[in-house]
Design a protein around this ligand. Structure first.
Ligand SMILES: [Zn+2]
Length: 524
């Protein structure tokens, strides 16, 4: 199932770090409605997931409605049993996923067979990192599977069909779906065409200037943070000075060309949509594993995550292992950037995103990688303690945000690094903007958008907020719960609540919701 791009009970991921070993995460149970123990029996969950299963079973020729009911009940019971195992781990589970690839623990007995199944018989060289501290969980899961073979088989079959199903609401979306599929499966080929057509040197130059301005602000902030001791400050400034920006995408002709040439291995069958679809998914899975399968041919300096080669994607990154930020060409469009916008809007959008990525070098993960990307905690114990206190402020702030639609709270701990990066990024880009205005002597009149009666500062914050404008249905909130990013609404509210300049720009009185008198959080 994994080889064909499906997801079973264990989700395969590849660690974004040389030698790119595979590791296994917990599954998202359910179909368009991800089930958790507190929603598994809710009406929306039942309606969406059960309807989905019922329709597939009917389409595939099960005509006995009682049998269908039985199959569905067995699958839902199976989910409950899996969730019981998952819940007995509580918070340790996240640790278990991450640590499984780096900790020196007893080897999990089924590890070899998982690798063999997932990597098609390829014994992946994990060096000495062939370790697994989550034995208990996977052993329990294994027992459960043995006791419920029919339910497991039915669930996997339905899940595979779901994966292959385009699920279009209307025929008119067919073309768009085909385009998306090709982009999903053959990104490196499309990327060549995309970069040629949509990315130019003028854009590169402008983004490069914005990156320079934001970097100056980061430098200032690190110099002025009164809570850092001199030893840590020195390390921080060293790290800042060494950050390499990549604008557009990571250029690696050798790997890109190899990935494109692999298309020869895609098996096209004339006139057979279903088989082609299956082959496309299989091809994509093989491509995704390129680094892991070929890591011996490259060294750890040239081999980077394949994600970084795809300029077409709407994203930006900070990559700890080579202390670099990546601003992908695909994100350089509205609402993140347009060359005709006033500087206030550019800094509030792409400027903030750049600042966000820079700041990841100085969050709780970045603290463990030094200026050349080696794993090395570079903070003194004293400064590290203050860091933890300030971090705690963010954890508490975001823990208090309730997603009323599903009666759950944001997980402040899980989202803390992203929230710290948001706050840092928005401050850095604002001071970069102020410096930019002075340097170019821009008049406030030129810094407005026609039709909007907003001051430049108001426009700056509006641009930031609009980046995260999102429309959710209930089921999307459940999907988002596992993300390191808080739900968009709280990314915006949480970040601006911490920034005094926002309150000034929008006249929020002290003590109002957006301008609390105390407990504002600040790292950078
Ligand atoms: Zn981030």
């Amino acid at each position: 199932l994994t080889n064909y791009g499906g997801i079973g009970l264990i989700k395969e991921e590849v660690l974004p770090q040389y030698p790119f070993p595979p590791y296994f995460k917990l599954p998202d149970l359910g179909f368009e409605y991800i089930v958790h123990s507190d929603n598994i029996h809710s009406n929306s969950s039942k309606e969406l997931n059960e309807k989905r299963m019922r329709n597939y079973l009917r389409l595939y020729g099960v005509d006995d409605e009682q049998k269908i009911d039985q199959i569905i009940t067995d699958i839902v019971n199976l989910w409950s049993a899996i969730l019981n195992i998952t819940n007995s781990f509580d918070e340790d589970l996240a640790n278990c996923e991450v640590l499984s690839v780096v900790m020196d623990e007893e080897t999990f007995p089924l590890w070899d067979s998982y690798l063999e199944i997932a990597w098609n018989g390829t014994q992946f060289d994990l060096d000495d990192e062939n370790t697994w501290p989550c034995n208990y969980f996977y052993n329990q899961l294994d027992k459960l599977c043995n006791a419920n073979k029919e339910a497991i088989a039915n669930y996997f079959a339905l899940k595979f069909i779901y994966r292959m199903d385009a699920r279009l609401e209307d025929k008119k979306f067919q073309t768009e779906h085909c385009n998306t599929m090709i982009q999903f499966v053959l990104p490196h080929l499309l990327d060549e065409i995309y970069m040629e057509e949509y990315f130019d040197n003028e854009t590169r130059r402008e983004i490069s200037d914005i990156v320079k301005e934001v970097r100056k602000s980061l430098h200032e902030i690190l110099e002025q943070a009164e809570w850092l001791d001199e030893e840590t400050r020195e390390q921080a400034l060293l790290k800042e000075a060494a950050i390499k920006p990549h604008i557009g995408r990571l250029e690696n002709k050798n790997v890109t060309n190899r990935l494109i040439r692999q298309i020869n291995e895609f098996h096209y069958v004339e006139g057979n949509y279903e088989l082609n679809l299956v082959n496309l998914f299989k091809f994509r899975t093989m491509q995704r594993r390129f680094n892991g399968l070929h890591h011996k041919e490259y060294d750890n300096y040239t081999m980077k995550p394949l994600e970084l080669l795809k300029g077409i994607q709407v994203n930006s990154f900070y990559y700890n292992v080579d202390n670099s930020i990546y601003v992908m060409a695909g994100i350089l469009h509205p609402p993140a950037y347009h060359k005709a916008w006033p500087a206030a809007l550019k800094f509030g959008t792409i400027g903030y995103l750049v600042g966000h990525e820079f700041t990841h070098g100085f969050d709780s993960v970045g603290a463990h990688y030094n200026s050349v990307g080696e794993e090395n905690y570079w903070w003194t114990a004293k400064a590290g303690k203050v860091f933890n206190e300030r971090e705690e402020c963010f954890v508490n702030q975001y823990n208090a945000y309730e997603i009323t639609e599903i009666k759950r709270f944001v997980d402040g701990n899980q989202t803390k690094d992203e929230n710290i990066a948001d706050s840092g990024g928005l401050r850095e880009a604002l001071s970069a903007y102020h410096r930019h205005v002075k340097e170019l002597n821009l008049s406030p009149k030129d810094e407005q958008m026609p039709g909007l009666e907003l001051t430049p500062e108001q426009l700056y914050f509006m641009g930031f907020a609009q980046l995260w404008c999102a429309s959710y249905k209930e089921r999307h909130y459940w999907e988002e719960l596992k993300s390191e990013h808080a739900v968009e609404k709280f990314r915006v509210l949480g970040t601006v609540t911490n920034i005094e300049d926002f309150s000034k720009a929008y006249n929020c009185p002290v003590g109002s919701k957006m301008n609390p008198a105390k407990n504002k959080c600040r790292m950078w």
